[in-house]
Write a protein that binds this ligand. Structure first.
Ligand SMILES: [Zn+2]
Length: 101
């Protein structure tokens, strides 16, 4: 299901290797796309399940993004909270202590 907040989201694609691309939403990594020796791209969600496959990287990655948007609200951190990679280390450490109680 698409939400109103999801409309404003955009994925960030990080090309790690020629044949490996990682995708992140505003909160966290949500999956990756890799190319097999035949040139076919496969998109995997965060549980390593194949979501889409094809020779067009753009189409495959967009399918992965659409797949993630359907679960973003349920699985990603609530809006208003900074992504973990943008939090100062000090804050992250406090959070760790708090969750250990
Ligand atoms: Zn998300």
């Amino acid at each position: 299901m698409f939400s109103l907040t999801g409309v404003h989201l955009h994925p960030t694609w990080k090309r790690v290797e020629d044949d490996f691309v990682m995708g992140a939403c505003s909160r966290r990594l949500f999956g990756y796309v890799s190319r097999d020796p035949e040139g076919v791209w496969s998109a995997f969600d965060e549980e390593a399940r194949v979501v889409a496959a094809g020779v067009d990287l753009r189409e495959v990655s967009e399918a992965l993004w659409a797949h993630h948007l359907a679960t973003h609200d349920d699985h990603c951190a609530p809006a208003g909270e900074a992504p973990w990679w943008r939090r100062p280390i000090r804050v992250a450490r406090e959070r760790h202590v708090a969750s250990a109680r």
